[in-house]
Design a protein around this ligand. Structure first.
Ligand SMILES: [Zn+2]
Length: 80
């Protein structure tokens, strides 16, 4: 069985809806429950330590590091 977690505030790059992105906790893949968009996690966790909210406006155009940081933090908390 696959464990999934919704990413609060994440915007789907395909359909642009918010709060439709889930992350598969086993494979770290992201998927949109609305349009079926799916994507591997773009980068390693420790590289992005800059959770700038300024970047949120750009998240529709490109995969911003800030988005990845937001989803990694809660996951790390749960594993402790
Ligand atoms: Zn979507």
């Amino acid at each position: 069985m696959t464990r999934r977690r919704f990413i609060a505030g994440a915007v789907c790059p395909k359909c642009a809806l918010m709060d439709t992105i889930v992350v598969d906790m086993d494979s770290d893949k992201r998927e949109c429950v609305s349009c079926g968009f799916s994507e591997d996690r773009p980068q390693a966790p420790k590289q992005s330590e800059l959770p700038t909210r300024v970047n949120r406006g750009l998240s529709r155009r490109t995969e911003t590091p800030a988005e990845a940081v937001k989803l990694l933090d809660p996951l790390n908390f749960e594993k402790k």
